[in-house]
Design a protein. Structure first.
Length: 279
């Protein structure tokens, strides 16, 4: 179900810094970059994976926006729940049933990510920090785009999930364009191995949700009979860590942009330590 941005009346005033329960890593990473982790009183296990230093805080672990329950939210009694995509009707109902104020985010593109960064910052009185973070990200985008402006533009297939095949999200299509590539297909839509075979892209990228950097590239190519594709023949098949592309927050997407640029134009950008290539 599409979610609208919260109304002003649902927001907590920055004059009173709330105790926050974060239901997605994108929120926790943003709070960290805003120097506002002290507002966090509970988070998901995925937040811990994205930000291992949270372990020393020994905060309660919650389910995420997809699986949270009313009881676990009321048990930690935050002043504010911040949630983000993906949702289910059941989990959204559970959040609302708790009666706790909620900031429900639903980013679709990079502009939404920046907007959401500002929304989170307003809750914790970190607007100046948010503007500095956004400016730094915009500078990274501009610098990357300036470097690729006169370079060849390869076609890039970027996959968010493999069963069924799902194209990556719109913000990733924007990052690929910034990094000097053309995004193949419709962002967020399903596709088929046959459709990708027919398109024969120059580059194949994989960032499966929840898989980290463990996409089995060789097996995927074998199962889909993609050995003859130009991307495979030229060795331009890569895995990008899931959290760098599928976590819509500035810190993670900055790393994602660096990986994309290194994969699309390796002669013009430094190799990224976590960009994995097919053997």
């Amino acid at each position: 179900m599409p979610l609208s941005k919260p109304s002003e009346s649902r927001m907590v005033s920055p004059a009173t810094i709330p105790r926050i329960a974060s239901l997605q890593p994108s929120i926790t990473l943003t709070l960290s970059e805003l120097n506002a982790l002290d507002t966090l009183i509970a988070h998901t296990k995925y937040c811990l994976e994205a930000l291992p230093e949270l372990a020393s805080r020994n905060l309660p672990i919650l389910h995420d926006s997809w699986t949270t329950t009313t009881n676990e939210l009321t048990a930690v009694a935050p002043d504010l729940v911040i949630a983000s995509v993906p949702y289910r009707l059941e989990s959204l109902a559970a959040i609302l049933k708790s009666g706790i104020p909620v900031l429900a985010l639903a980013p679709h593109n990079l502009a939404d990510v920046l907007h959401d960064t500002r929304l989170i910052a307003r809750q914790v009185d970190r607007t100046a920090e948010a503007e500095a973070l956004i400016e730094s990200f915009q500078q990274a985008l501009a610098t990357t785009q300036a470097t690729t402006a006169t370079l060849p533009i390869p076609t890039v297939y970027c996959e968010e999930w493999g069963k069924p095949l799902i194209h990556s999200q719109p913000w990733i299509a924007e990052l690929i364009a910034t990094a000097g590539g053309t995004f193949l297909g419709n962002p967020g839509a399903q596709t088929t191995p046959e459709a990708i075979t027919d398109a024969d892209p120059d580059i194949l990228l994989f960032a499966w949700c929840g898989a980290g950097d463990r996409v089995p590239l060789e097996r995927v190519i074998d199962q889909r009979r993609w050995h003859h594709l130009r991307a495979v023949r030229s060795g331009r098949v890569h895995c990008i860590p899931d959290e760098y592309l599928n976590t819509p927050a500035i810190p993670s997407l900055t790393q994602g942009l660096a990986c994309l640029a290194a994969a699309i134009h390796p002669d013009h950008f430094p190799t990224h330590a976590r960009l994995i290539s097919i053997k």
